[in-house]
Design a protein around this ligand. Sequence first.
Ligand SMILES: Nc1ncnc2c1ncn2[C@@H]1O[C@H](COP(=O)(O)OP(=O)(O)OP(=O)(O)O)[C@@H](O)[C@H]1O
Ligand SMILES: [Mg+2]
Length: 311
Amino acid sequence: MLLCAAEAGVVDAMARSIRRVWNADIRIVTTDSHPASLVTASLLSDRHVQVPAIDSPAFAGHVLEIIRSQAITDYAPLNDHEILALDSALRPGGDVAVWSCARAGELTRNKNAAYDFLIDLGIRVPRRFAVDELPESGPVFVKPLKGNRSRGSRLMQAEDVRDLSPAVRDSLIIQEVCESPEITVDSFHDHVTGHHRSLARERLITKSGVCVAARLYEDDKLSDIAFRIGEALHQRGTICFQTMRSETGPVITDLNLRPGAGTSMDAAAGLDLLAAMVACRTGAPVAPLIAARVPKEGIHITRQYHDHVMP
Ligand SMILES: Nc1ncnc2c1ncn2[C@@H]1O[C@H](COP(=O)(O)OP(=O)(O)OP(=O)(O)O)[C@@H](O)[C@H]1O
Ligand SMILES: [Mg+2]
């Protein structure tokens, strides 16, 4: 199977999960813009190929060539750029099984489409403002329609948003300001077999954007939302979404059609949602990978870097 942008933590975690559960039985090809000597996950892959960066226009062509030359049968796009780059390049039903959800490209490309999708399911989202609905003054939260990794997301004053050029404004979504805590829900769902498991994760310590301590807990209401999203997306794998508090109660602030960067924290608690993704796509038993229970009060998980001497 193919894993791109292998320098990312979630890709490394996926490779570790595969080796832990299947040893050498699954052939892994990794790619990254860096050479193997700089990518830890290459220690776990059978082959590493250096390719252009995932946000460069040349990326998709290289991936298609690797799929052909390496006879790849399965491809798990694990970040938004891949979903966007490969949405039109790789269609379901081709030679390679692409492990993504229905509408992944459309909902990743435009946060408004993602919010409309949630509203249609009866799921609450933050209030959105058109320019003529903006409050007279006071803070609003803006983010790029096609944003990820929080880039460009910020608090702005309503009057400053009004002063933006129409072109800039049209590239943004303008929302009410929500309050912490921000909870991430990691959700594994298999639309075909009905297997479902989701876990709420509260970031307790974040260093340079990376969560290094979190509380994991079960939340029936969030699991119900995750289930409904999974069914609507015909999901066969693991995705994540975030909730915050709005003036009128909890809302979903972001929907990501790929596993979250902290999904490996669930595996530390015995719930390997990344391995479950592989199992459901390859016909292996899913249930043992998602069976562990988490105490009602939750469990604390911490994270540390590890050092490797590379070949
Ligand atoms: N309505 C809001 N009010 C206040 N803060 C918000 C709001 N929406 C998002 N945020 C904050 O901005 C950050 C980025 O927002 P969001 O998760 O929607 O964007 P993203 O760029 O898709 O991020 P990611 O790559 O993590 O999916 C969030 O982690 C959260 O802290
Ligand atoms: Mg996002």
